[in-house]
Design a protein around this ligand. Sequence first.
Ligand SMILES: Cc1ncc(COP(=O)(O)O)c(C=O)c1O
Length: 471
Amino acid sequence: MSDEKQSMDLFGDMHPYNKLFQVFTKLPEKGMDEEEILKELGYMSEEENKKWQGGQCSGTMYHGGMEHYAFLNKVFNMFSYSSLIQRDLCPSGTKFEAEALAMVGKMLHGDEVSKVNRFDEEAGAVTSGGTESIFNAMFAYREWGREQKGITAPEVVAPMTIHPAHLKAAHILGMKVVRVPVNADFEADVEAMRLHITPNTVALAGSAGTYPHGVVDPISKLSDLALEHKLGLHVDGCLGGFILPWIEKLGYDVAVFDFRLPGVTSISCDTHKYGYALKGTSTINFRSKELRRYIYFAQEDFPGGVYASPTLQGSRSTGLSAAMWAAMVSMGETGYLKAARAIMDTADKMRLGIARIPALRIMGKSTFLISLTSDVVNPYFVNDYLEKQGWRMNGCQNPPGFHFCITLPQTRPGIAERFVKDLADGVKFAKDPPYEVPRTGFLYGLGASSDGREMLRQGLKGYVDASYEYE
Ligand SMILES: Cc1ncc(COP(=O)(O)O)c(C=O)c1O
């Protein structure tokens, strides 16, 4: 089998590895041998690690150190089977989460909220990931709007670059996200957002930094606007929330986006990204316990006992929270600073190299993420070339381009230089590509699956496409 065919079969089908291992479509009659299972999984894991361990993959693997993962897995192992909903059985889980939330809260200057209003006390919850943290923020604003202002058709005004998790939450919660075009620097246009505030608006939203371009929206101005109209303001710090504070401490010019701003009422921040925890945890922090109250659900009359839980989840593993806590206390401030330093050194080196490739343009004010477009060549052809060299970027659209979210695997010697060289060669390739339609796309989510390809082929027909409602 050709290399290209082999990789398509392994990674492009709904039954990857079907040529190598048995495909189960029902439970095996007799349990499979554990050694055999471990052998198969070991093969898959090694194959897939090869795709990012060389430092060529944007985002996704934020730490990348196998020793770090082994340590976190050891921690996970101790609590993997314990359920956090039974808090009396596993008080350690309460400790892990309370302390992790306090550490994130302090990093985001949550201790300063009482300086603005002495009754405020910053408080948060642990969720399963960025999408769920954002869901909880949206849910809180919906409930707050209904209770405090009698709003029954709640709207959130946000820049076009806001992460789709906000639209997904709005879709589920019966809310509307009013998306407003961004300015030439790909940052929220606050004056344009002002024009979209209506009596139904419950909150504004902005990012630190945005997924497409990594820029920090002008949160300070959004904070003023939120205060002026007595609205909530959610800051999506899922991507940047755990690295921008350290980049700021290193002396880079980072716009303030956190609880130091009096109008910021919630921040989502992903421990499973630049917090270097295992996949499956994130935090949502609110300016006040009053606001957090809206994400608690309780049922008094359940025959199984009074039920109460925050967030979307019920039973969940204490192991993930233990590993999140362990990632934070093992890294410590010096660890996070050192990681941010290495990432920024790499990103700065790449930016210097990119400046010598006139056909390419960096979109927006870039820090840990570099988003590229071109006014000269089709950037998707550049990405085609990069992909052939083993790089894995994230394709963007409107305008066309791709981004490279720099993580620790890229900080090893020689990666930045190789990237710049391949980019320059990619531009040459894109000037006269040997085929007409670029092969790399800009599908984020179901990429490389047959479902994803089918969705694109049908133009999203028959699928939920939140964008249609708000244009
Ligand atoms: C800015 C931003 N917000 C939200 C999310 C969603 O996070 P998750 O994929 O953990 O649900 C991401 C993911 O990359 C992101 O970059």
